[in-house]
Design a protein around this ligand. Structure first.
Ligand code: RRO
Length: 309
């Protein structure tokens, strides 16, 4: 039994790999992912210049998840360009993730990775911890259109979008219009749920320092939201666009639920943070056992097979 899958035409040895943002910003961390059973090496979202990220404390483990406002700590895109050739020897797909603070920055970042040896490029439109003036780009469809106009012809590598939790499916329909118009071959759904707040009732304080305690929530808490987003996108896009599910995948059963909803693969973040790199093999094994028990012989056979009552 294998959980091999494909995203935007690229082969992945299993259904499970790391989510961007968790222990993936230094070479040592990326090498640990490379040596694990994660079926790909997903890089931390990078920016033009290196960033230290937000002030501490900026993250906290919770009983059912994880909460943070990291603020994009990363080495800067040039450093990741240098690291990619060293990661190539692990023979897994490498996925770059980029965040620009202007359309021009996005263009520079995407052009650079188009000319690198990465396999896929993800445009992270949905970081919840960046304070922007006005509407964040991910809710501004005119601005996204402008961005896609600017970066569509920079190279041949598949470009995907990292999307937020949409709590209204009309916004997903609008996004799908753009995805179809620009032939975007993959999406990752969802980012951590922004504008969240965790309170310590004993101390009567917030639990992280940046942005007066607001941050992005992930883990078990957000799985139903992620499943809903993935399923809606699957209904709207069918098999034309690969969907990477992310949000609360802790067990093989969670992964199987994302598979039924229509995800081509899943990324694991919170559980990787809490359990370490052995989680990729464990979740994949659990998924294989479920598929076997149910008589499925491939990922493709079960994908999207959710039935309605
Ligand atoms: O670095 C972060 O604060 C961060 C990013 Br870029 C993101 O996309 N999602 C998130 O929860 N945190």
């Amino acid at each position: 039994m294998s959980t091999k899958t494909k995203i935007a035409g690229i082969e992945f040895d299993s259904y499970i790999f790391n989510a961007s943002g968790i222990k993936d910003d230094t070479f040592e961390e990326l090498e640990e992912i490379a040596k694990s059973k994660s079926s790909a090496i997903m890089l931390k979202s990078c920016t033009i210049g290196p960033r230290k990220g937000n002030e501490e404390p900026r993250e906290i483990n919770l009983p059912l998840g994880y909460f943070q406002s990291e603020g994009l700590p990363n080495l800067g895109y040039k450093k990741y360009l240098e690291l990619i050739p060293k990661l190539k020897k692990y023979k897994k797909p490498i996925i770059a993730s980029v965040v620009g603070f202007s359309l021009e920055e996005y263009r520079i970042l995407i052009k650079a990775f188009q000319e690198s040896e990465v396999d896929l490029i993800e445009i992270n439109l949905s970081c919840p911890n960046i304070v922007e003036e006005g509407l964040p780009i991910v809710y501004d469809f005119e601005k996204i259109k402008e961005l896609l106009d600017k970066i569509s012809n920079l190279g041949e590598k598949p470009i995907g979008l990292k999307l937020p939790a949409y709590l209204c499916y009309v916004l997903q329909e609008k996004m799908v219009n753009l995805i179809e118009q620009y032939d975007i071959p993959f999406i990752s759904s969802i980012n951590s749920v922004g504008n969240s707040l965790i309170i310590d009732p004993e101390k009567e304080t917030t639990v992280i320092k940046p942005q007066r305690g607001f941050g992005g929530l992930s883990g078990d808490y957000i799985k139903p939201i992620a499943l809903g987003n993935v399923r809606r996108f699957y209904e709207l896009l069918k098999d034309e666009v690969s969907i990477i599910g992310v949000g609360g995948i802790r067990t093989g059963q969670d992964a199987f639920e994302f598979l039924l909803a229509g995800a081509d693969a899943v990324q694991v973040g919170t559980t990787f943070e809490k359990e370490g790199p052995s989680c990729f093999e464990r979740i994949n094994k659990e998924l294989e056992e479920i598929l076997q028990k149910k008589g499925y012989t491939s990922i493709q056979e079960a994908k999207g097979k959710l039935e309605y009552l």
